[in-house]
Design a protein around this ligand. Structure first.
Ligand SMILES: *[C@@H]1O[C@H](CO)[C@@H](O)[C@H](O)[C@H]1NC(C)=O
Ligand SMILES: *[C@@H]1O[C@H](CO)[C@@H](O)[C@H](O)[C@H]1NC(C)=O
Ligand SMILES: *[C@@H]1O[C@H](CO)[C@@H](O)[C@H](O)[C@H]1NC(C)=O
Ligand SMILES: *[C@@H]1O[C@H](CO)[C@@H](O)[C@H](O)[C@H]1NC(C)=O
Ligand SMILES: *[C@@H]1O[C@H](CO)[C@@H](O)[C@H](O)[C@H]1NC(C)=O
Ligand SMILES: *[C@@H]1O[C@H](CO)[C@@H](O)[C@H](O)[C@H]1NC(C)=O
Ligand SMILES: *[C@@H]1O[C@H](CO)[C@@H](O)[C@H](O)[C@H]1NC(C)=O
Ligand SMILES: *[C@@H]1O[C@H](CO)[C@@H](O)[C@H](O)[C@H]1NC(C)=O
Length: 591
């Protein structure tokens, strides 16, 4: 499947110009895809007319009010600002050419490109990082939690956070390691990591020969996931070779294809299914290389930390194009326009009326507070602006761009739709509606706000739902912990912690009992370890097996004692049996 995805990684914006010449009336029909980058040549008027330089200049006179196109000195029409088929799909631009002042019509058909413009997906809206530019920020921080067994029988418990790009060892030491990635409108990022440095090649080679091909990681909720595929050059197949490697990266041995689907706004824990390793894999660098024999558990907490203002992408290395205060999506750079703007970069005025309220957070609006309803118009020559209340009475003003109406001491009967309506000089009507919901005063609930919540554990009180419990708690007042084996919000998640481990009702983490480890506590401590989280080192000697719980030694005869380091004479062994061999030795020793 991943192989089929590869061609989609090629972020290629191409331009198709189909030119048709209409002899009579000097008109040109041109077709431009809406994703044509700024600077794309649309038509060279001079060449088309077969004109000499002397016959210039030429001037764009009408048909392009928002400056999407630009006429160069050479009389070439180029894309000057991002196009958007859904906003305007055709332009008829008049150009006055040469001394004779001939007027030419250029009819531009903007064509729809599927998947463009990128969609601002609210599901995975990313925060804006307060960090300055170029400090190595990445869109997500990744918190790795690994528990693994080495080939010498030790348990490694490693926790590592990756939250800056330049902090990774490989990038610092080997800047020729390459990334290439693409993104989609459905909260998905795909990255190709090209293995170039010697250490990474060795690691990839070890993983490959240890039968590692794919690492799938999933959230409990199953909607977020991460997968890491390892491909070797010989196994990549023609698609990847042809499209990616030879064209973009030259020859190479291994690539990782990393796919992250993250339809969420806050931290998500992913649990990875590490495949059994065919043979131990060397990790770490000399002088302390370690060989992993088995990875018991690998969890990754993915936390959206956001890019600095004006940047987007997994590595925050792409420039946003959003204008006029629009917010830029961290995944794909899609713009969320402010009121009154439209277009892929929010740089085209949009005649509009907006209805908003203060406080803007609905939770802060409850009985006896003051609420203000704002009506505001953008890019309209207003004749009248009005606000209609839920009881259908109306206030109206003439010639103003804004109307702020205060609802004092809000009551339940103030609930309902408030409609702002603007009428422009041509009689055209624009309207927007906002619905006001009034919450009960703190700790109140019910239709008439006459019941109390009295929630515990800092749960919030909702007028209709009552207590909204934090993760780990349930009950009408959130007084009860989630039942054993369940956890999370509303105790809806279940977790199988094994071997008597307890499960945290809040986040489902297993607290293993003594002698077990791994995220489900499914692994008994390796042979030389015992105790809580396998922290204790066994002291058993002479091939004795060590109990994974309490470290007690099961000796191999003839050894005995607590640590099996005493030569042990069992009851069934008579003194004679020991003395006879001893005697025979003594006999052959020449005195
Ligand atoms: C150019 O486009 C106009 C407007 O759609 C159309 O009427 C005309 O036939 C087209 N001419 C050619 C040559 O395609
Ligand atoms: C946003 O992403 C979610 C999750 O991937 C997807 O289901 C949804 O269709 C996307 N919305 C849009 C508008 O693309
Ligand atoms: C982003 O913008 C900066 C500064 O404006 C510029 O130096 C850089 O080349 C741009 N990067 C890309 C990928 O366009
Ligand atoms: C609402 O506004 C009135 C008049 O300005 C003021 O006296 C009152 O304290 C305000 N109420 C709240 C809850 O802020
Ligand atoms: C309708 O509601 C508004 C705002 O609450 C109030 O000023 C007005 O008097 C009400 N009109 C009627 C007819 O009740
Ligand atoms: C808002 O405008 C639409 C048409 O533009 C109209 O159908 C609708 O009735 C209007 N709504 C209100 C509440 O005026
Ligand atoms: C885990 O369990 C041990 C005892 O079995 C207990 O002492 C410890 O507090 C627990 N830790 C957490 C985080 O619940
Ligand atoms: C431990 O067992 C291994 C294999 O069973 C054997 O080769 C080795 O000699 C034993 N060592 C001791 C100290 O008994």
């Amino acid at each position: 499947m991943a192989v089929n995805l590869i061609p989609t990684l090629l972020i290629s914006v191409y331009v198709v110009l189909t030119r048709a010449r209409l002899a009579e009336g000097r008109s040109f029909n041109v077709s431009v895809p809406e994703n044509a980058p700024v600077g794309t040549e649309v038509v060279g008027v001079r060449q088309w007319l077969g004109m000499q330089k002397a016959e210039l200049p030429c001037v764009k006179t009408e048909g392009d009010p928002y400056g999407r196109f630009l006429l160069t000195k050479e009389c070439t029409l180029v894309v000057a600002n991002p196009l958007d088929w859904s906003v305007q799909s055709e332009y008829t631009i008049k150009i006055r050419v040469g001394r004779v002042q001939e007027v030419i019509n250029v009819w531009i058909q903007v064509t729809d490109v599927s998947g463009y413009p990128p969609v601002y997906n609210e599901t995975c809206e990313t925060p804006i990082s307060p960090a300055g530019k170029d400090t190595g920020e990445v869109l997500f921080s990744f918190d790795f939690n690994v528990e693994a067994k080495t080939d010498t029988g030790d348990v490694l418990a490693v926790r590592r956070t990756l939250n800056k790009f330049y902090e990774t060892r490989n990038m610092r030491k080997f800047p020729n390691t390459r990334f290439s990635y693409t993104e989609s409108s459905n909260c998905r990022l795909q990255t190709i990591f090209v293995v170039r440095s010697l250490n990474d090649l060795v690691a990839a080679d070890q993983l490959w020969s240890g039968q590692f091909r794919n690492l799938p990681c999933r959230a409990d909720s199953r909607d977020s996931e991460l997968s890491i595929h390892l491909y070797s050059y010989t196994m990549m197949g023609d698609l990847i070779r042809n499209y990616v490697i030879e064209r973009y990266f030259g020859t190479l041995n291994f690539i990782y294809l990393i796919t992250l689907t993250f339809p969420a706004k806050s931290t998500v824990r992913l649990v990875c299914q590490f495949p059994p390793l065919g043979k131990p894999v060397r990790i770490g660098t000399p002088p302390n290389p370690t060989r992993l024999a088995h990875v018991q558990s690998l969890n990754i907490d993915v936390h959206p930390q956001g890019c600095p203002v004006g940047k987007y992408g997994l590595l925050c290395d792409k420039n946003c194009t959003c204008q006029n205060g629009a917010r830029c999506h961290g995944f794909n750079g899609a713009c969320k326009c402010q009121h009154g703007w439209q277009g892929v970069a929010c740089d085209i005025p949009k005649p509009d009326v907006a209805a908003t309220k203060t406080p803007s957070d609905s939770r802060a609006i409850y009985m006896f507070t003051n609420v203000t309803i704002h009506c505001r118009v953008y890019h309209i020559d207003v004749e009248t602006l009005s606000l209609r209340f839920p009881n259908t009475s109306e206030v109206m003003s003439e010639g103003v761009n804004q109307l702020d109406i205060k609802v004092f001491n809000a009551q339940l009967h103030d609930e309902g739709p408030y409609t702002c309506q603007a009428r422009d000089n041509d009689g055209k009507v624009f309207n927007k509606t906002i619905v006001l919901n009034i919450n009960c005063p703190p700790n109140g609930k019910g239709e008439l706000c006459d019941e109390v919540c009295d929630c515990l554990h800092s749960a919030s009180c909702d007028r209709w739902a009552g207590c909204v419990c934090p993760p780990g708690w349930t009950g009408t007042r959130c007084q009860t912990q989630c039942p054993e084996g369940t956890y999370g919000k509303d105790c809806t998640k279940t977790r199988g912690c094994q071997h008597g481990a307890s499960c945290s009702p809040i986040d489902g983490r297993c607290n293993c009992t003594v002698g077990w480890y791994g995220s489900n506590c499914g692994g008994a401590c390796p042979k030389s370890r015992y105790g809580w989280r396998c922290r204790q080192v066994c002291s058993c000697k002479n091939n004795a097996t060590c109990h994974h719980v309490d470290g007690s030694c099961a000796c191999v005869p003839p050894w005995g004692g607590r640590n099996c380091d005493k030569f042990h004479v069992t009851q069934t062994t008579s003194l004679i049996e020991i003395l006879v061999p001893l005697a025979s030795i003594l006999l052959v020793v020449p005195w």
